[in-house]
Unconditional design. Structure first.
Lengths: 449, 469
């Protein structure tokens, strides 16, 4: 078999075919991944594969065309270039359309590739998956089975080359685990979930994954439907991340310039409690969302979004920045299969002080929300309406109490930001890359009976 | 008009060799799944075509099973050597079992699509005209409509499935879809309205469906909501308009009837066959053969012809849904519900078109009989915890019912209920069955196209996730 071209060479070879009047951007990637799942003490499945992808953007006179494929075959890529050219004929001219131009910002030069990931063996994978299942079963007699115990690891390469002189290449790997124990008590079954991800195997915290997953299942046994009332909710860090992620989405350039954000004309205004500091920081290597470049090949940078409750910035890629008369914030997000969007890489908040129990003591009474459902169906980031299914535990006399389920919590995104009454000190980086802590929000409607 | 009957995506002999390689370390059963997917999409936003995109994916996934263990490898290289390499990788993961010589592959390995107008044969300029027409209709509906996004997409997915049982089947799946999203601006902020039409058909979709009327419905939704009040908080009777809420059953019990979840005790419906699990007026069906609905496919992604499966009959649980792996270990036939997002994924038990059949009550009588409650005209997505049966679903168009009449529009929110409770609490089922909007069902990170439907019906009580006391 002939040796395949290295990604940057492949992209450079294609870009050489760009015509004088064209802006062309070529994005290619190659990922190898393996997932092993265990069940009943045995390997249930081993899934592995190599995924390749290429996306080509061509812009002529403000018209953009795009084509992509799950292949790195040179012939296929040449066809893509022609398809992108054909597609642009149907787009209407937009004077702001264009690929990113180098802006002189120096990338953080993070070393994100730890080659130990490449040395993981089949035995290591299956041993951890089987061990995860067994440890959940051992942790509590009420855990009767585990729906899924999985190990994954992968290594990816990415290259982006454009006619504006941008040429970036990155590679790196990560590994992750996830487990879903089932706790049973009489007729009742509860399912828990926990996972972890890291750039090195020894950074995975299996103890914590097992205890969180088991606690998530057993802690919900006996849960009942709560009474409907207005109260203070405390979000667990993963719920905080989901909530703040929705907020950050409404602070992205495309939503703002198209009038689809409730915060579109609020720059410089107080939109949140003064306790809230929100920023996106892909230059922090502790986050799995860390990266040297954004999806258009510009250097990543730290961007403040909310400073002491004041809306300080919107996120932009090069297109939304041109339209808004601003500079790109290095916030282009994309894979090779899509045109660049705008989004967060590593959303982060400034934590408060103390541990989670201090937060409960400070709140006195309310509910601790361990998980939410239906973020995609009950949250409208344009109107700001927020309504999601929620489960967790009551907070009574400043301490955690009985579990509840089959309830919803509702307010609006705008109001919730202003109603943040306390932020916990239990800061953590989640596998998603977000750095978050527990957060208390007052005056939320809990709907149950 | 019909299409040429093509040769198989990969030759029979090459597939046979790949199956042999897959079984070379032993194994009980092996499968090769080949997929060639081409799609195109265009988005019309801010009065212009923003981008037109096209994409292509070609690859294969090879699976070997021994007992309950599966080895699987995927590749984007479907040459003889590429398939061989993937087959070796899959084989390495599943050792033991007797070596077998693959049986001769039956079937032609080819398929003929029934669509009338291949979307790829339609000039792109016509697709642009369609977008412009839809956009204009939404904007002309009301000056309060400030933003309109129209999306067109077409997809063609050719699959070939072969296994050591001798299966050698193909399908040519073509889907076409148009959606419109409107933003309306009022004194109290922004509201949105959405409408989607999509079927397992070609471009003839637009001969049968009036996109301008659809755009006006989306615009009307957004405008109506400008005057919406916060939804109530707490439990109330809920009437769901025909076609608006099949997702309720998809979440309330559909997922819980998937054999992979049932077998692992991760479903509240485990071990309940033959029991009365719903009100006697409820008959629930999953049907992959249903006309040109969004979830319709001739064969599932394991090469098994789809069929009409009755899951609940007059309230009694009659069967679960099955794929190859789960039906084999249960010693029964598969129900044609083994589906996967792409060649890179392992198949699992998935729904196709899931619906509740007609009852005998006039829909207007259902509303008139409701003293106070909620009328849901359009549901958004949903999500379920199959272990507890608790599920949520969003209401994107809803109204109060006061004294038997539909009154004030409500702001968006989620409803929450418990599947087994809700099924028992279906008080009345209408006689006006309709299918709903096309959907994408997500499970363990894989999305597949599904349909759902139901006649107008009333649930005695659901928890409304609003803010008004």
């Amino acid at each position: 078999m002939t040796r395949k071209l290295e990604l940057p060479d492949l992209a450079a070879k294609l870009i050489a075919g760009a015509r004088d009047n064209e802006q062309v951007e070529i994005c290619v990637s190659r990922n190898r991944s393996t997932t092993v799942k265990a069940y009943s003490g045995q390997v249930e499945s081993v899934r592995s594969g190599l995924s390749e992808a290429a996306g080509i953007r061509v812009i002529v006179d403000g018209r953009q065309g795009f084509a992509s494929a799950g292949s790195l075959d040179y012939q296929v890529l040449n066809q893509l270039l022609d398809e992108a050219r054909e597609n642009l004929n149907f787009a209407e001219p937009d004077p702001y359309q264009g690929i990113a131009a180098p802006d002189g910002v120096v990338p953080p030069n993070l070393d994100l590739s730890d080659p130990t990931i490449l040395q993981i063996t089949e035995d290591q994978r299956s041993t951890v998956a089987i061990e995860l299942e067994q440890r959940c079963l051992n942790a509590d007699p009420r855990v009767k089975s585990v729906r899924s115990a999985a190990w994954s690891d992968g290594w990816g390469e990415f290259a982006l080359v454009s006619t504006s002189g941008i040429s970036v290449y990155s590679e790196g790997g990560s590994c992750s685990v996830g487990v879903q124990p089932l706790a049973v008590d009489g007729d009742e079954t509860q399912i828990g979930y926990a996972g972890d991800a890291a750039r090195r195997t020894d950074l995975l915290d299996l103890d914590r994954v097992v205890s969180e997953a088991v606690e998530g299942a057993t802690g919900m046994l006996g849960a009942t439907k709560p009474e409907s009332k207005q109260l203070t909710v405390v979000f667990e860090p993963s719920v905080t991340a989901a909530f703040l992620g929705t907020i950050a989405g409404a602070l992205t350039g495309d939503r703002v310039i198209k009038g689809r954000s409730p915060f579109a004309d609020r720059l410089g205004e107080k939109i949140a409690s003064p306790q809230l500091e929100l920023f996106d920081d892909p230059t922090n290597i502790e986050s799995l969302g860390a990266d040297n470049h954004d999806g258009e090949g510009l250097a990543t940078r730290k961007n403040n979004l909310i400073d002491a409750g004041v809306l300080s910035n919107f996120l932009h890629n090069s297109y939304t920045a041109r339209r808004a008369g601003a500079q790109s914030t290095g916030s282009a997000v994309r894979g090779p299969r899509s045109t660049p969007g705008v989004g967060i890489h590593a959303l982060c908040m400034t934590p408060g002080a103390g541990d989670r129990n201090d937060l409960f003591a400070q709140i006195g009474s309310g509910v601790f929300v361990r998980g939410v459902n239906g973020l995609h169906s009950g949250v409208n980031p344009v109107s700001g309406d927020f309504s999601v299914g929620a489960y967790g535990q009551h907070i009574k006399d400043g301490a955690l109490g009985a579990p509840f389920r089959e309830a919803t919590i509702a307010s609006t995104l705008q109001k919730m930001l202003l109603d943040v009454v306390a932020i916990g000190g239990d800061f953590e980086f989640l596998p998603s890359g977000s750095g978050v802590a527990s957060m208390a929000i007052a005056d939320v409607a809990l709907s149950g009976t | 008009m019909s299409m040429n009957v093509n040769s198989p995506l990969v030759d029979r002999e090459i597939i046979q060799d790949a199956l042999l390689t897959a079984m070379s370390n032993g194994g009980e059963w092996a499968e090769v799944f080949v997929e060639d997917r081409q799609s195109g999409a265009a988005e019309y936003d801010e009065n212009r075509v923003e981008t037109m995109v096209s994409s292509r994916d070609l690859g294969a996934g090879i699976r070997v099973t021994v007992g309950d263990a599966t080895g699987f490898a995927h590749t984007s290289d479907i040459s003889t050597s590429g398939l061989k390499e993937a087959a070796q990788a899959a084989a390495a993961a599943a050792r033991g079992g007797a070596k077998i010589t693959p049986i001769a592959l039956r079937g032609s390995g080819t398929a003929e699509s029934k669509v009338q107008i291949l979307p790829e044969s339609v000039p792109k300029a016509r697709k642009v005209e369609l977008l412009q027409k839809t956009d204009a209709a939404a904007r002309e509906h009301d000056s309060a409509i400030t933003q309109v996004t129209v999306r067109y997409s077409e997809g063609r997915r050719k699959v070939l499935v072969a296994n050591t049982d001798g299966v050698f089947e193909a399908d040519d799946q073509i889907r076409t879809l148009l959606s419109v999203n409107c933003v309306a601006s009022g004194d109290q902020g922004l509201q949105t309205g959405r409408e989607t039409v999509g079927y397992t058909v070609g471009f003839e979709l637009f001969d049968d469906h009036d996109v301008e009327a659809m755009a006006q419905r989306a615009a009307r939704r957004a405008i109506t909501k400008l005057a919406a009040r916060p939804a109530p908080s707490g439990q109330l009777p809920v009437v769901i308009e025909r076609g608006g809420g099949g997702v309720l059953f998809h979440e309330a019990c559909g997922h819980g009837l998937e054999a992979d979840l049932v077998n692992k005790g991760a479903s509240v419906f485990s071990d309940r066959i033959g029991e009365l699990v719903a009100a006697p007026s409820v008959t629930l069906v999953d049907d992959g053969t249903m006309g040109v609905e969004w979830g319709t496919v001739a064969i599932d992604d394991e090469g098994c012809p789809t069929q009409r499966n009755t899951l609940i009959e007059d309230g009694v649980l009659t069967d679960y849904m099955w794929d190859h792996l789960r039906s084999r270990s249960a010693g029964r036939p598969t129900s044609g519900n083994g589906r996967r997002q792409s060649y890179q994924h392992l198949p699992m038990v998935r729904m196709t078109n899931t619906y509740v059949t007609n009852g005998d009550v006039e829909p207007q009588d259902i509303i008139a009989d409701t003293q106070n409650g909620i009328y849901v005209a359009q549901l958004g997505g949903g999500q379920v915890n199959t272990a507890t049966g608790d599920f949520v679903f969003g209401m994107t168009e809803a109204y109060l019912i006061e004294n038997g009449e539909i009154t004030a529009p409500l702001r968006e929110g989620n409803l929450i209920g418990n599947g087994p409770d809700v099924l028992q609490n279906i008080e009345v089922v209408g006689n006006d069955f309709a299918m709903g909007s096309p959907g994408t069902c997500g499970k363990d990170g894989q999305g597949v196209p599904v349909g759902d439907g139901q006649p107008t019906l009333r649930v005695a009580a659901l928890t409304i996730g609003g803010t008004a006391s």
